[in-house]
Design a protein around this ligand. Structure first.
Ligand code: EPU
Length: 482
């Protein structure tokens, strides 16, 4: 019998079952749920919001602080659940985390790193995927590590086989137990030559966080090179690491015996910025996203323009005498008229991010013609389209690799391509949020639809979107807690 897919440490295509998206709530459940947002749709979002440091960088930079022998300072952190989880996990390992001298700043002091009990660590079980990145730093600091059951979004099986393979290459031993992973490095960690089967973001980060203090040189081939990874490399370099990024996805790391604390202002959250851009387009609105960075969003901006959306990049101007300066950002708007259909496929950087896909698909329901989306990063990230169809969208999902190059999922039984026929008039519905990005797309759909929708499970959105309810209010959305 195969190992059930709920075992996050197991990899085997025969064991990967289709992920189930939440069914609509029945009347009793509805009555019992208070985690609901009532959305009166049909009003364009108009106004200005600001994005802070990227969720998918700040959590990793916090883990990197474990490697230093002096305090680190991280700025502009968003107030989101993932940051709290990592803060808690660092805390039980003896890292003193305190608020810094400005809003959104943290000081992380690793002077007294210590072992934590399984019970202390397990408090954070199932809450995030970041704990897997504690392996290398804890092995360096303590010689052993315990990693609880992982959480994160339910967007497919999300195995960690590349992580474990890499850690073994460095010389770690991994003991999988039902309560989690026990790791040790009886002979220390040593540099290695290693090629990832796929340019995984997390596995690349795992290698970086382990190799920087491993003895000797590590060469990682087929590495992910997302802007968040480059920013993590900047953090590690500030700490004293020696890392070369070669062409063709090769990263070379020369291990050093000692690292110190860093001071870092992270890159802005390009996923959140694109989510608000998609919301502006879907609701025929106009949203300025302060902090959004053009260079990190080029692929998104190209698609946004191809669909018929307009944007303008505002460059930042530093403050001078008699001039308070200006924060940079990007203004996104619907210029009126009809949107155009597009064909796109998600991919690793510099491709179209998988996390941009769900919010944009809502806008694509309003485009004339057939749009095609080929999801090549996660095998089960289109199930949320069922909810959009319940609101009047016309989206069919297919097992074939449509409209792009054949991907890893083409010969397997995953519906990973979508054809969106539009424009469709969206109407209100009761929706249940399945995961973070799909959840935001549900919210956008409810905002774009005529009538009053009830969106259940909205608290999940707080995992990755800071103050989203306040931002919705700033943009003139008609939403309320019942
Ligand atoms: N994969 C494996 N084995 C592994 C690791 C990954 O098969 O050991 C596969 C995955 O199953 C997936 C692909 O490789 O099919 C890519 O996964 P990757 O490791 O790149 O993803 P991740 O590190 O788990 C991060 C972000 C995701 C984002 C992806 C892709 C964080 C905390 N999460 O996940 O963000 O979608 O990279 O860019 O950084 C989100 O923010 O909502 C989110 C899901």
């Amino acid at each position: 019998m195969g190992v059930p897919v709920t075992d996050p440490y197991h990899r085997g295509s025969q064991d990967i079952q289709p992920h189930r998206y939440p069914a609509p709530l029945d009347a009793l459940e509805v009555a019992l749920t208070d985690d609901v947002l009532v959305v009166h749709g049909g009003t364009p979002l108009e106004g200005r919001i600001r994005v802070r440091g990227a969720k998918n960088l700040v959590s990793k930079a916090m883990v990197a602080a474990l490697l230093g022998d002096s305090p680190s300072r991280l700025y502009d952190l968003p107030k989101i659940r993932d940051v709290e989880v990592v803060r808690g996990l660092l805390g039980v390992h003896g890292v003193k985390v305190t608020d810094g001298d400005e809003d959104g700043a943290l000081v992380l002091d690793p002077a007294n790193v210590e072992s934590a009990s399984t019970d202390q660590i397990n408090v954070h079980a199932g809450s995030s995927r970041i704990p897997i990145l504690f392996c290398g730093p804890l092995l360096h600091r303590l010689g052993h590590a315990f990693i609880p059951d992982l959480g994160g979004c339910h967007i497919g099986p999300r195995p960690i086989d590349f992580h474990l393979q890499a850690l073994r290459e460095f010389g770690a031993t991994v003991d999988k137990q039902p309560e989690g992973l026990h790791l040790s490095a009886p002979n220390g960690l040593h540099g290695t030559k290693f090629a990832l089967p796929y340019p995984s973001v997390g596995a690349t980060e795992q290698v970086l966080l382990t190799a920087v203090m491993a003895e000797g040189v590590t060469e990682l081939r087929n590495a992910a090179v997302e802007p968040e990874i480059v920013d993590l490399i900047c953090v590690l370099q500030k700490m004293g690491a020696i890392i070369k990024v070669h062409t063709d996805r090769v990263i070379e790391i020369q291990g050093v015996p000692k690292l110190h604390g860093y001071s870092h202002r992270p890159i802005p959250d390009r996923i959140e910025a694109a989510s608000w851009a998609a919301a502006a387009l879907a609701t025929r609105g106009h949203v300025e996203v302060l902090g959004a960075e053009q260079a990190d969003m080029m692929t998104f901006l190209n698609i946004f323009r191809s669909v018929g959306g307009e944007y303008e990049v505002t460059d930042a101007r530093p403050p001078r005498l008699n001039d308070p300066g200006q924060e940079g950002g990007i203004r996104f708007w619907h210029p009126g008229g009809e949107l155009k259909s597009v064909a796109l496929e998600t991919d690793v950087h510099p491709g179209f991010m998988t996390d941009w896909q769900q919010p944009l698909v809502v806008a694509l329901t309003q485009a004339r013609g057939l749009s095609i989306v080929h999801e090549t990063v996660y095998e089960q990230r289109l199930g949320y389209t069922e909810a959009l169809n319940s609101m009047g969208a016309n989206i069919q999902i297919y097992r074939d690799c449509l409209g792009g190059t054949p991907c890893r999922f083409g010969r397997r039984d995953f519906k990973h391509s979508a054809v969106i026929a539009g424009p469709s008039k969206l109407h209100a519905a009761d929706l249940v949020i399945p995961d973070l990005r799909a959840g935001f797309s549900h919210l956008i759909a409810a905002l774009a639809a005529e009538g009053t929708s009830r969106v259940y499970g909205v608290d999940l959105i707080n995992r990755g979107y800071e103050d989203f309810e306040a931002k919705l209010a700033d943009l003139g959305a008609h939403v309320e807690r019942p």
